[in-house]
Design a protein. Structure first.
Lengths: 179, 82
């Protein structure tokens, strides 16, 4: 955190090349977030690049008293992803498959099919539930951090997360419990 | 592998998104482009110094408002009877 602030101070002082430190430090978690929020993997590199560029151009507006740099960066990423989703296709809520078809060959192929359908189920979640799920379960962020990124209260985060987990879990359970 | 293990395995796979090779280089290339544009468009000399920070901008605006108020007061004073 204090290391981030030192790098930010140097970038703002005109040492633009220091921004590379921030890119290298956060590219992996940022890419993971973008990859999990956008359905099309082909869009990820472009959106992740846009996020870093937006962070660079508005770095002067970052206030370390309000949030950690990572939280600020993930907020930009979340907004960019939502914008990309809006441009790409209209959101269709309730598009979850009724159940996962597990009538695939045993072993790896069956698991691949299961994962593929869970991916589809995640993609079909409403954006706010999907974001909460990804930030919590995939990124490992705390509920407080998610609240700051989403700009919502703790209770809202918990309820979105609970609904997302319920939908994915029930879909998953229906599949694995099938004879 | 039980249901929970498979669920965790799926989440781990989702978390294993790889960064494309040379991604940081591409970002820095774009950043340098932005830097170049910012430098070209940055006001030079005294103006550049005046608008270099938020504090100096506020100071310049305050001075401008004060000068304006003084000027208006001078004009109004001319019209007032002695």
């Amino acid at each position: 955190m204090s290391d981030d602030l030192e790098v930010i101070r140097r970038v703002l002082a005109g040492e633009g090349e220091c921004f590379r430190d921030l890119v290298e430090r956060y590219q992996r978690p940022l890419f993971r977030l973008v990859r999990n929020l956008l359905p099309d993997p082909n869009d990820c590199a472009d959106v992740a690049q846009e996020v870093f560029l937006a962070a660079y151009t508005s770095l002067g507006g970052y206030d370390p008293r309000r949030a950690a740099f990572s939280t600020w960066l993930f907020t930009i990423a979340r907004n960019k992803c939502w914008n990309a989703l809006k441009k790409k296709r209209p959101h269709l809520p309730g598009n979850l498959p009724e159940r996962i078809d597990a009538r695939t060959p045993e072993g790896v192929l069956a698991e691949e099919e299961l994962f593929r359908q869970l991916d589809a189920a995640l993609a079909a979640l409403p954006p706010e539930q999907r974001t909460a799920f990804v930030l919590s379960e995939i990124q490992g962020l705390s509920h407080e951090e998610i609240g700051r990124i989403e700009g919502v209260k703790l209770g809202t985060v918990k309820s979105r997360l609970s609904r997302a987990r319920d939908r994915l879990r029930s879909l998953f359970q229906r599949t694995v419990e099938q004879p | 592998m039980d249901a929970d293990d498979r669920y965790q395995a799926w989440k781990q796979r989702r978390a294993a998104a790889e960064v494309p090779e040379g991604f940081a280089d591409r970002v820095m290339q774009t950043v340098r482009g932005v830097q170049g544009r910012q430098q070209r468009h940055a006001p030079a000399g005294v103006l550049g110094l005046l608008f270099s920070s938020r504090l100096s901008k506020v100071a310049v605006c305050t001075l401008a408002v004060a000068a304006c108020v003084v000027r208006v007061a001078a004009v109004v004073a001319v019209l007032l009877p002695e």
